[in-house]
Design a binder for this molecule. Structure first.
Ligand code: ADP
Ligand code: MG
Length: 705
């Protein structure tokens, strides 16, 4: 009897012919390939297409690796200045010729290669002033015997140095896969509902898995990939959508539907400006959620300065009017403090108390606050992670607002739930706009609101990139701005790995600014992590109150700080910042009615990616556009904060390129769960089984049954 898929899948890798205990251990350590299934899922990272031949005249503009049939018409050993030899020749397809050149093994090659004999040339051409040139091409004799082997589409597998040293290079891994696949033949069952297989004309799962390893041609590879990408997205979305449905149907929320006197008084008499259309829409969405009887889990996205705080406050007032408390959690002490100051001012005319609880709250103050929260004498509290501690207990927590979500993980979010018999509504606010695809895979269990409109009267910030040689001119510009009554930020990077050097850079930068902007005419503040908290506060406060002209700082000012009079942001060593961070920093200016400027200072030597970052900053102020570029440049794993928050790692799918497939997979998951929430129908059993065996640890399905 043939073994089942599971038996084969779980067979330890050392039992595969050609592996054995030693290589087995290495495969486990180096590539996490422990069982047959892991190797089955270890896909090539690219393919070599040798299915067709090119004419030299048809080589496309930006070619990949290509092959040409032809003959060497000349070959010559040249000696360079440093006495290094190179072998140079011309290769002709009968009509035109290209240059070929080798720098290594030249003596052997010179002996081996024959003029005027048919060869297949294979390599990646480069164009030097109109002439195609191949460095280190492969040349293989083209005879009737060998003709067949050039017709293939080869997978290329990655390996590691250690594995290669032990004889397992990429090619050898390919051979192992080739030996492995027949064992799975006939055992791989379908895991997608038949309706969708038909709708998207998917190849079978077996064809897809085998076809991604050894496709006959590029078209087959694409069809295999299409199915596997869809699968990956589909199962992750199945878990997230399921979670969302559970939240909505099972998790009761406090009903907050009543718009009461405090909210009205605030709206009519305290609110310092009319809400933008987007703000109004989002407040309506939040009201609808909180009044529905189910727990709200909503993500509020809005670019820096789009006015999320007031939306949070209005939501908190709704909770208050319905007899419930609210908390607002921020990722840093400084940001929590800023929120506290801002909200206190707005709440003062209403006589509504608010407290702040952070790691540095004194013991007596803490006792007072904890007691006040327990009796509900304190309706609102702002804080840091300190709010998550178990000893923080509320009489009736109705709403938890989390600012700058990307720094909090999903697990932390859920700790807030435990604070009440009925879990609070959750409003997560993020100022880092996240591309839609990433949002779907990170926050697929949340509803999303977007503030896509800035408050009126904002002028777009002018952004310019400069090198060191313009520093004097920039100091001059800063002086002009100060003469106009404006204030200026100068920000230095602070990165853990180079912290010591970074502090030195900051201090010497601070000193040169003090020399260029001498007292008593100019006042300069400095804020960084090595200052005692009270000094930091004083310096910050002096700048907020307009007593100092320039604030020299590390990235502590990245989030939240609000000084509308500041009109210039100078970012030093800007090449060391990621795009979303640069955009965050820039968001510190442009908050008043004045024209604002962002100046990016970099060293002369810039990599290609850094240049793209500077150019993108110069070209656009649109946070969503910037996040798309960021995602494309760095990939989802590298984007700010996503690593900690556990962004799903995909084997085949690519969040940058496969957005459309993700949307289709999500739609499918929603459709299926709508008609069959427990996946009990016969056509969904295979899907359910696959989910439980492959995804259950990530998304608990246990609540389903
Ligand atoms: P963010 O979304 O970055 O948290 P904030 O909530 O800090 O933005 O708001 C930025 C600034 O815009 C604040 O000074 C705030 O008072 C102001 N603001 C917010 N909404 C409006 C509005 N509708 N009209 C005018 N100014 C507004
Ligand atoms: Mg904010």
């Amino acid at each position: 009897m043939k073994s089942s898929y599971d038996e084969i899948a779980k067979t330890p890798i050392e039992y595969l012919k050609g592996v054995g205990p030693d290589k087995g251990r290495l495969l486990r350590e180096e590539l996490s390939i422990a069982v047959f299934e892991d190797l089955l899922m270890y896909f090539p990272f690219r393919y070599v297409d040798r299915t067709g031949f090119y004419q030299i005249s048809d080589i496309p503009n930006a070619p990949g690796e290509i092959q040409i049939v032809g003959k060497l018409i000349s070959l010559q050993m040249l000696v360079g200045k440093n006495r290094r030899r190179r072998l140079v020749g011309r290769f002709s397809d009968g009509k035109q010729s290209v240059e070929v050149v080798w720098f290594k093994s030249v003596a052997a090659l010179e002996k081996l290669l024959q003029l005027n004999t048919p060869y297949v040339l294979f390599g990646k051409p480069q164009n030097y002033q109109g002439v195609w040139s191949f460095a280190h091409p492969e040349l293989e004799p083209h005879t009737p015997d060998t003709a067949g082997q050039f017709g293939a589409f080869y997978p290329v597998y990655s390996s590691t140095e250690k594995l290669t040293a032990r004889g397992l290079n990429g090619r050898a891994i390919g051979k192992l896969v080739k030996a492995l696949l027949p064992k799975f033949s006939g055992t791989i069952v379908d895991n997608l509902p038949p309706d969708y297989v038909e709708k998207y004309r998917f190849v079978t799962r077996e064809e897809a898995l085998f076809g991604l390893h050894f496709p006959a041609n590029e078209a087959m590879m694409r069809r295999a990939r299409f199915r596997l990408v869809f699968e990956e997205f589909f199962f992750v979305q199945l878990g997230m959508v399921r979670q969302k449905l559970i939240n909505k149907s099972k998790i009761k929320g406090n009903i907050i539907e009543h718009v009461g006197p405090v909210f009205k008084r605030f709206y009519d008499h305290v609110l310092p400006f009319p809400l933008t259309g987007a703000q109004k829409r989002v407040v309506r969405e939040i009201r609808r959620d909180m009044g529905s009887g189910a727990q709200m889990n909503r993500l509020l996205q809005g670019d820096v300065g789009s006015g999320k705080t007031i939306v949070a406050l209005l939501s908190m007032l709704l909770a208050l009017d319905n007899g419930l408390q609210a908390c607002l959690m921020a990722p840093t002490e400084i940001l929590a403090r800023q929120h506290f100051i801002g909200l206190s001012e707005l709440l003062e005319p209403l006589g509504v108390p608010i407290a702040i609880l952070t790691g540095s709250t004194s013991a007596p103050e803490r006792r007072r606050i904890l007691a006040g929260l327990q009796t509900a004498e304190i309706p609102f509290v702002v804080g840091t992670h300190a709010l998550l501690e178990d000893r923080v207990q509320f009489a009736a927590l109705g709403l938890a607002v989390i600012d700058e979500q990307h720094r909090f993980g999903v697990a932390q979010r859920s700790r807030l739930w435990a604070k009440n018999p009925i879990p609070p509504h959750i409003l997560v606010m993020t100022a880092t706009p996240i591309p839609r695809t990433l949002a779907m895979s990170l926050y697929g269990d949340l509803d999303v609101s977007v503030i896509d409109e800035l408050p009126p009267g904002r002028k777009p910030i002018t952004t310019k990139h400069y090198f060191e040689n313009k520093r004097l001119a920039i100091y001059g510009f800063m002086k002009d701005q100060i003469a106009l009554g404006r204030q200026i930020y100068v920000v230095f990077p602070l990165i853990k790995e180079s912290e010591k050097q970074d502090y030195q850079d900051l201090i010497s930068g601070f000193e040169s600014i003090c020399r260029a902007f001498p007292e008593p005419h100019y006042q300069v503040s400095v804020v960084h992590g090595q200052l005692p908290p009270d000094v930091k506060d004083q310096e910050m406060q002096a700048f907020v109150e307009g007593k100092t002209h320039i604030m020299v700082a590390t990235t502590v000012i990245e989030v939240g700080v609000n000084v509308p009079n500041a009109s210039v942001m100078v970012i030093e060593s800007a090449e060391r910042f990621g795009l979303s961070q640069l955009h965050q920093l820039r968001g510190r200016v442009g908050r008043g009615a004045e024209q604002s400027y962002c100046i990016l200072m970099t060293g002369y030597k810039l990599g290609k990616e850094a240049r793209t970052r500077m150019k993108t900053m110069e070209e656009t102020n649109d946070g969503f556009r910037i996040s798309e570029v960021d995602l494309a440049l760095r990939g989802p794993g590298e984007m700010t904060g996503t690593r900690q928050s556990g962004v799903v790692q995909f084997k085949v799918a690519d969040l940058v390129k496969d957005g459309a497939i993700l949307s289709a997979a999500r739609a499918a998951a929603i459709e299926i769960l709508r008609v069959d929430p427990r996946l009990e129908m016969p056509q969904h059993i295979a899907t359910r089984d696959f989910f439980i065996t492959h995804y259950a640890e990530k998304h608990s399905w246990s609540r389903i049954s």
